[in-house]
Design a binder for this molecule. Sequence first.
Ligand code: 5GP
Ligand code: ZN
Length: 113
Amino acid sequence: MNDCLFCKIVKGEIPSTKVYEDELCYVFNDIAPTAPVHFLAIPKEHIASAADITPENSAVVAHIFEVIAKLSKDMGMTNGFRVVSNCGESAGQTVHHLHFHVLSGREFTWPAG
Ligand code: 5GP
Ligand code: ZN
């Protein structure tokens, strides 16, 4: 997946502002934040989207949500936060490497867009 933007970020070929990293996942600030806190949590392994999660690769998704829960405490996101994964064209997915937006620091409306 040499042409994948987020694979390049994981490999350090494109710079990013790291929030957290371990052997399975990488977390970094979104380049165009839409909230005071806006980071992206991604598996290091290339998975194209939420529609490509399978029994074979789903463990990393549970791991990412454990990391998000820990970061929410460490970063003091006590008023709440939103986790979003856009999947496919109609949902507005622009980078085809599974990612979870984590947004906090303001009020959010629902339903979204
Ligand atoms: P999507 O639109 O696929 O749900 O989310 C992709 C996100 O990646 C967008 O919020 C966009 O701002 C972010 N993004 C795109 N290119 C880069 C980049 O080069 N670096 C970082 N840190 N974020 C990026
Ligand atoms: Zn990728």
